[in-house]
Design a protein around this ligand. Structure first.
Ligand code: GLU
Length: 296
């Protein structure tokens, strides 16, 4: 592969307003900011608020406040995913018309029962069992009549059909070098991934992939726990004919006891640090960044 070296580095921080930001978020934002600053590039913010049941306006306002306090500045307007459901729907319709998506009527319980019946299924890295493909084989007639009868469904990617179009996909991971996604890799990690469900009409994977391209992101930076999402994002890029950014990952912040901050419910929020009188420069230093990068 001959990667095209982009002339400008464009990074982003993409938090979800489902809680107050904590130091782990500051670290992630600082990582993206530093990479853009060091390259004389651009830094963008994106609010990933597709999950309308968990996102709250006060967290959205709070994250802007916290990031500004940290000295970060971003280009306006901020992209808010909840304002772009039409675009995500159009993308899903495009995949459906190419027969790359299928409706899945299975409840979680039914999926587990089917897995038990067939004697087990491989598990993805996050511990969830890989979907055994039950609804992939339904006829068009059955699909239409179940949808018409009001039965709820999710839309899943037909991974085998998608990989038949793109059997080998490459991208650059800064820590691991050139990476390759094949059907085997994708099946082990994601199976027929859900790209939309009733309560969340566009999945994280779909929105992130489309938005990174739309926003012209050239370097996706995120925590190492999201590395396994990239093969699927790379496949979606190929299906939508989008450019492929480079990827860089940072370690997850852990507390003194080794527990991940993101998993800790009582991890001190940035607003609590602020209320306790901590200065942003001190916080950046504590996280291992040079405060000068942020104007302090
Ligand atoms: N919104 C995601 C999160 O808060 C980050 C998505 C990404 O960086 O790809 O975990």
């Amino acid at each position: 592969m001959n990667p095209v070296i982009p002339s400008t580095v464009v990074t982003r921080f993409a938090p979800s307003p489902t809680g107050w930001l904590h130091e782990g978020h500051a670290y992630s934002a600082g990582f993206a900011w530093a990479r853009a600053q060091q390259a004389g590039g651009r830094f963008l913010l994106r609010v990933e608020d597709i999950d309308r049941t968990r996102c709250r306006p006060e967290f959205d306002a709070g994250l802007l406040e916290d990031l500004a306090w940290l000295g970060l500045r971003w280009e306006e307007p901020v992209r808010r995913q909840s304002q772009h459901f039409d675009g995500y729907r159009a993308a899903l319709n495009g995949l459906s018309s190419r027969r790359l998506l299928y409706p899945c009527f299975c409840t979680r319980k039914q999926v587990l029962a089917e897995i038990a019946r067939i004697g087990g299924a491989p598990h993805a890295e996050d511990g969830t069992a890989i979907y055994p493909g039950t609804c992939r084989h339904l006829s068009d007639d059955e699909r239409s009549s179940r949808i018409a009868s009001g039965e709820g469904y999710a839309l899943r990617l037909d991974l085998a059909a998608a990989c038949a179009l793109h059997p080998s996909l490459l991208w650059h991971d800064e820590e691991l070098g050139e990476q390759q996604a094949t059907y085997e890799v994708l099946h082990a990690l994601h199976g027929d991934a859900v790209l939309a469900r009733k309560e969340t009409p566009a999945s994280y994977h779909l929105c992130v992939t489309l938005d990174d391209a739309l926003q012209g992101i050239t370097l996706v930076t995120r925590a190492v726990d999201l590395r396994s999402a990239t093969p699927l994002h790379r496949l979606l890029q190929a299906l939508f004919d989008l450019p492929t950014p480079a990827y860089a990952h940072h370690p997850l912040l852990v507390d003194a006891g080794g527990e991940r901050l993101a998993k800790r419910h009582n991890a001190p929020s940035l607003r609590e640090c602020r209320a306790a009188g901590e200065q942003p420069a001190a916080l950046w230093r504590r996280l291992g960044f040079d405060p000068a990068l942020f104007g302090f």
